[in-house]
Design a protein around this ligand. Structure first.
Ligand SMILES: [Zn+2]
Length: 108
């Protein structure tokens, strides 16, 4: 642990204001955190990987760690192809027998 971090934590501990947690809920639901994201940072407008813009295709907020943290660094604005690459297998787009993407794709 970096020194500054230890100092911060001991400061927090010494305050003892009675507040439960300085952070957000530990395990917010996906929807709640997604709402928070849109409210705080707006809709995703540009892919952070390939710089594609919304006018050129759909851009989603994609979660990086799968922990759905209320933390901007845990989220990326990604276009569909980049999002697909980032996603874990259980989130990958489903294809039908002809290899086309199915319509009921999970939207983020
Ligand atoms: Zn992209």
């Amino acid at each position: 642990m970096p020194k500054s971090m230890g100092l911060k934590m001991s400061l927090i501990a010494s305050k003892r204001t009675g507040q439960n947690s300085p952070r957000w809920q530990e395990t917010p639901s996906y929807n709640a955190v997604h709402l928070w994201l849109r409210k705080t940072y707006g809709s995703a407008i540009k892919c952070e990987e390939c710089e594609k813009k919304r006018e050129e295709g759909m851009i989603h907020w994609a979660n990086v760690s799968q922990k759905y943290l209320r933390d901007r660094t845990d989220w990326k604005q990604l276009c569909v192809p980049c999002h697909k690459q980032l996603d874990k297998p259980w989130l990958k787009l489903q294809r039908d027998s002809k290899g086309k993407f199915k319509k009921n794709v999970q939207r983020l």
